[in-house]
Design a protein. Structure first.
Length: 287
């Protein structure tokens, strides 16, 4: 199977699922909470953490920013978006802290200026969010940086995905199956897309989940997803749009544990009689 080198990991190697803890905006604008989430991801065995980066006045219209929306930072949607956005000093702390823990970090950038901003930290890869899959100019700009790319496919048609993949090419690409609702209901997870993508594309296929619970993400890995991304939080009841679809520490611990057990459980596919079974043969078989 084709692999994509991200840091020290060969994503696509079925012996190791690349597990990403999406912090996104669940830091709630607090660098100390961000560090706590990084530490949680590291201690529980994930391979990378991911953030989101936006140039607010580019990504959102003036009308959207002026909409009334009471929040901890003020009374408008703009107050909220600006309050959640980290700048250079915060990302410098994030970069240094992740390096001290030897955990990878990267971001999904929603505009070209944000790509340039994240580039100064020499990220191991870039993530293209589902919301940006149809932004040809942004996709081309990210591709021009020459780094591995993870492409999320939520709220996208097959034709739109094919078009984005044609622009990006299938080298250095990890395609992430995704449903863009927070949280996603079971009937809309459609995990059989994963093996279908594996047949359709010549690149590693992953899964970005927004469901409640752990089981669907483990099932995605068992179906062949070589990268699994989940939002994380310290507490799903915290204010913010993404916390309800996120895993708390115990959920993340179980996710990592169960995915790491998959290869052992699946075995090599060769039917044998195990040494541990031989005493049972003597005990139970009459002939």
């Amino acid at each position: 199977m084709k692999t994509v080198k991200i840091g020290k990991y060969n994503v696509g190697d079925l012996n190791h699922c690349f597990i990403i803890a999406e912090i996104g905006i669940n830091h709630n604008g607090d660098i100390n909470l961000a560090k706590k989430l990084i530490k949680m991801a590291h201690d529980l065995g994930t391979d990378a953490v991911k953030f989101q980066k936006r140039t607010i006045d580019v990504v959102y219209s003036k009308h959207e920013l002026e909409m009334e929306r009471p929040n901890p930072f003020g009374n408008t949607n703009g107050d909220l978006k600006r309050g959640l956005e980290f700048g250079y000093e915060e990302y410098k702390v994030i970069d240094e802290y992740c390096k001290s823990l030897s955990i990878l970090w990267f971001a999904s950038c929603w505009d070209e200026a944000s790509v340039d901003f994240i580039e100064q930290f020499n990220p191991p890869c870039h993530k293209i969010s589902s919301a940006c899959l149809t932004d040809d100019n942004l996709i081309k700009y990210i591709k021009s940086k020459g780094r591995p790319i993870l492409l999320a496919t939520g709220m996208s048609t097959q034709e739109e995905i094919d078009h984005a993949v044609e622009i990006l090419g299938q080298d250095n690409l990890v395609l992430m199956h995704c449903t863009s609702t927070y949280p996603s209901c079971e009937a809309e997870l459609n995990l059989n897309v994963i093996p279908n993508f594996m047949k359709r594309y010549n690149c590693p296929i992953g899964y970005s989940g927004h469901e409640k619970g752990v089981f669907p993400s483990v099932l995605a890995a068992s179906l062949g997803a070589c990268a699994v991304e989940r939002h994380i939080t310290t507490d799903r009841t915290l204010w913010g749009s993404d916390h309800p679809a996120s895993l708390e520490p115990d959920g993340l611990r179980r996710l990592v544990r169960d995915i790491r057990l998959l290869n052992t459980i699946k075995g090599d596919g060769k039917k044998v009689v195990y040494e541990s079974e031989k005493p049972i043969i003597k005990k139970l078989r009459r002939k």
